[in-house]
Design a protein around this ligand. Sequence first.
Ligand code: ZN
Length: 270
Amino acid sequence: MFTDSHCHLASHKFSAEELDSIVANAKNNGIHRMITLATSLEDCPTNIQIAEKYPEVFCAIGIHPCDVHETPDNYLETLHTFATHPKCVAIGETGLDYFHPAPDGWTENDYHQRQRQFLRQHFELAKELNKNIVIHTRDKSGKQSLDDALEIYSEFANDVRAVFHCFLGPWENAEPILKLGGYISFTAISTFKSAKDSLGAAMAAPSGRFMLETDSPYLAPAPHRGKRNEPAFTHLIAKSLAAARNETLEELALNTETSVSDFFKLPSNN
Ligand SMILES: [Zn+2]
């Protein structure tokens, strides 16, 4: 059995009526747990409601870096309230996105500065609530967003663990993350032949320090590429990565399930 450690079940690409079958399909494919992540203040309540409805679903509460300009300065109090919900198992999705251009009326500098401020505030909240944190980083080229996120993470690494989700490699970039006590997680991108760095990182990642995720509704694996992704497809990612790592599915499940249970502080029999 596997866990989809990162999906967005509150996305408008999943209608509320469909969720029963989305969750059932995941379970039928051996995906017994899902973590659905908020990306804005607006979708926090929906993610919580979904987690309340399904015993298999847990949620994470946070503001995506591409949403910081839409979020009021006093958001933290509201986020704090959401994050104390018993099914909230992490803070996120937060992070730094230097890939997408700054929105109208913002300089790149101010936009990235606000993202760094939010990331630091998310770390403070995680520390206060004794939860771990889910980080997104993305650059046009190079790894400035990763470096900046690591600098902020290092201030909190004694108290909070971070997972760098949708890790794209190369492997050297994982080393400072693991050194700080962090984790990485792999999407279907690691199964694409064109993504050598990401596959290489997935092959090199030590057991117990990485997780699997769909990032659904985005990033569907083959043979569903270009279509809507869903948690059930975690098993396709698992199959490809087990083969690439020369492990059995059972070994990969054991390793990644331990990571998920430790990181999100879930009972390992859940
Ligand atoms: Zn995401």
